[in-house]
Design a protein. Structure first.
Length: 221
């Protein structure tokens, strides 16, 4: 008698285990399809499905699978946005002094320029924090949604931390309030282009924010 061929893989399992393996593979396939569909809908242009099920899509995507690019409509930056901050400092004598504007984006740019291995913080911390703020506030700087207050706190803490690094309060002073603004300038078009853009900077000035006690004491240094 010719030798009986031995079965391999799933076929070698007993029927109950074959059923279990088939169910596990089916669940993995369904989960993969659902995930791909959710990622696609999160970056796709607004449509009927995203309008009806937007909350469910956001709960699935954020924060683990957040994307910062848009499908079908890549939008390269055409503006330079600098984030700047100034502070009101209480001196050791009890007086309140207002500092000049510190260009935080310029400080990051100087640290990155010429560096072979720039840190992730220098490249992205301030930029992502400002993007987060803009995305959660309207044109009048009013928070939109539940993440508005969180974005304000995030930007404020970064500003306070950077001010203490710059020694804005001196050795004995304390930062009491901070004010953040953005300075937006258009990227000039190439020499061969006939496009005309304004080179006048546009400022978006936020209201003064009070620094909390733990932040003022150096809690975010």
């Amino acid at each position: 008698m010719p030798p009986v061929a031995r079965r391999a893989g799933v076929a070698a399992l007993s029927p109950p285990y074959q059923i279990g393996a088939a169910l596990a593979l089916a669940l993995v396939a369904v989960a993969a399809c659902v995930h791909l569909a959710m990622v696609f809908l999160s970056v796709a242009p607004a449509n009927t499905v995203t309008k009806q099920h937007g909350k469910a899509i956001e709960e699935w995507i954020y924060p683990e699978f957040e994307q910062n690019w848009k499908l079908f409509a890549p939008n390269p930056l055409q503006q330079n946005i600098a984030v700047q901050v100034r502070a009101q400092v209480r001196t050791a004598d009890g007086d309140i002094e207002t500092t000049g504007w510190y260009d935080l984006s310029a400080r990051d740019g100087e640290a990155i320029d010429g560096s072979l291995l720039p840190s992730h913080t220098e490249q992205n911390e301030l930029r992502r924090a400002w993007d987060f703020y803009v995305a959660t506030h309207d044109g009048d700087n009013r928070p939109v949604g539940l993440r508005g207050a969180l974005s304000e706190q995030y930007v404020r803490r970064i500003a306070v931390m950077r001010l203490y690094r710059e020694d804005a309060a001196g050795r004995t002073g304390t930062v009491q309030r901070v004010q953040v603004r953005s300075r937006t300038t258009n990227v000039p078009p190439p020499a061969w282009s006939d496009e005309k853009v304004s080179d006048t900077p546009v400022h978006q000035v936020l209201p003064w924010w009070t620094v909390t006690a733990d932040e003022a004491a150096g809690g975010v240094r």
